[in-house]
Design a protein around this ligand. Structure first.
Ligand code: SF4
Length: 365
């Protein structure tokens, strides 16, 4: 807990509450009210306690505290930056790739990230959970599509459901023969680790399907002792975990911060999975880096930590065309030309090592 902000007893949702707890300036209240009227605000006590309000560049504050820059809309930004709507055959389902669907159960989160790609769809005022008949319709869709091997519970944050409700849903999904994997995307273990009670962990495990949990965290400081214990509870229960992070300007866009984050995941038995390039969500340009900078950071990460600590750097192609890996390329090819035979003879490869030095790979037979 930083000395200058008092730890709140409950989640802060209004700019005036942020001011009262030393997390925002009274002079900014009017503009922050405008931001909060458009995009949901929530800062849990655990996250508030992590913010160093003496540091104007605090990487935790940048992720969760609203800012006037969010009112600036940049070209290309839009409410559905990764094209969920284009691939939604029924309410609550996004079916973009053949073998998996997103199942959006809830539209609320423990915290609201200032860079959220679904920021126009989550928060108070949006339907809190799928109504009974739309939930049934989504489940029927999954039942009717035997190619769906993996169901990804997302939202919002599925761990905002009660353990009882989550257990019912997990049981219904696992009862579908072709559903073998249920993946849950969540920020709760860092934002509100106390929710990972024994009942919640028990709800995650079901007969008939394997559960994976993907933890969203962007800075090593988010992996507090309590967050690490919450993750350990899941891994000890036999639930494998992967990470997902967003590359964010002023949060993790330097090699040291990225390295510390990936090491922290691996220490928690969480395999780094995705490092997302920031999506074109409205009012988030101040948090995005360039693609070239992202590639340079990935190159540097490769030279600093083992393969265990390497995520895939990915971009969700705007318009709903799916994810593309955009990490640096280490291999280049050139064809050698044989003047006698007037034809290209063989392909020669050049490969860069982690220091950037280039080496020849012998021609293939
Ligand atoms: S937890 Fe996920 S869905 Fe919720 S605000 Fe953050 S990024 Fe968006």
């Amino acid at each position: 807990m930083n000395k200058s902000n008092r730890k709140p007893a409950s989640t802060l949702r209004e700019p005036a509450e942020l001011v009262a707890h030393g997390l925002a300036r009274a002079a900014d209240l009017a503009v922050l009210d405008k931001v909060a009227a458009r995009y949901a605000v929530a800062v849990t006590p655990d996250i508030a306690a992590l913010i160093d309000s003496d540091d104007p560049d605090d990487p935790i504050a940048r992720q969760f505290l609203p800012s006037a820059e969010e009112l600036i809309l940049h070209p290309g930004e839009n409410a559905d930056p990764i094209g969920d709507h284009t691939h939604s055959p029924v309410a609550g389902i996004v079916h973009r790739y053949p073998d998996r669907v997103l199942f959006k159960l809830v539209h609320v989160c423990a915290v609201y990230c200032r860079f959220c790609f679904r920021r126009e769809m989550v928060g108070p005022g949006k339907p809190a959970a799928l109504a009974r008949d739309t939930y049934r319709g989504a489940l029927d869709y999954i039942r009717a599509h035997s190619e769906v091997w993996e169901v990804i519970l997302t939202g919002g944050d599925p761990l905002m459901l009660s353990p009882r409700r989550l257990s019912e849903i997990m049981t219904e999904l696992a009862a579908i023969d072709h559903v073998k994997i249920i993946r849950i995307h969540t920020r709760v273990p860092v934002a509100d680790p106390a929710r990972l009670s024994p009942e919640m962990i028990a709800a995650l495990k079901v007969e008939g399907a394997t559960t994976w949990v993907a933890l969203h965290a962007n800075h090593a400081r988010e992996l507090t002792d309590k967050a690490r214990a919450a993750c350990a509870g899941m891994v000890d229960a036999g639930i494998p975990m992967v990470s997902q992070s967003v590359l964010l300007r002023g949060v993790n866009d330097n090699a040291e911060a990225l390295e510390a984050l990936m090491r922290a995941f691996v220490e928690c038995r969480i395999k780094p999975y995705y490092l997302h390039h920031g999506d074109l969500a409205p009012g988030t340009a101040h948090l995005r880096t360039t693609l070239a900078h992202g590639q340079e950071l990935m190159r540097r990460l490769r030279g600093r930590v083992s393969g265990l600590c390497q995520p895939d750097y990915v971009l969700d192609i705007p318009g709903g065309h799916g994810k593309a890996p955009i990490g640096p390329n280490y291999l280049s090819a050139e064809n050698s030309f044989s003047p006698e035979r007037e034809q290209h003879d063989e392909t020669r490869y050049r490969i860069a090592d982690y220091c950037g030095d280039v080496h020849l790979y012998p021609p293939e037979p």
